[in-house]
Unconditional design. Structure first.
Length: 69
């Protein structure tokens, strides 16, 4: 006897794919800009050069959970 199961909707697959492409590019761009800020801009943001460099070296997938939703 063949058993049929209900298929899951694929609508949820697109947002995850969209983040993995556009989100990764956005994260990369933001981190590149942060890496290239001068001392005055970093001071305005309240972060050190060391913090900015550490953030720029993080992998693309290392983002806050709220960004992935």
């Amino acid at each position: 006897m063949t058993m049929f199961t209900e298929a899951r909707p694929v609508a949820n697959a697109r947002p995850a794919t969209r983040f993995s492409l556009t989100g990764a590019l956005s994260v990369w761009r933001q981190r590149q800009h942060l890496k290239n800020l001068d001392a005055n801009a970093l001071r305005d943001l309240g972060i050190s050069y060391r913090d900015a460099s550490a953030e720029a070296r993080r992998p693309l997938w290392d983002v806050p959970a709220s960004w992935r939703n």
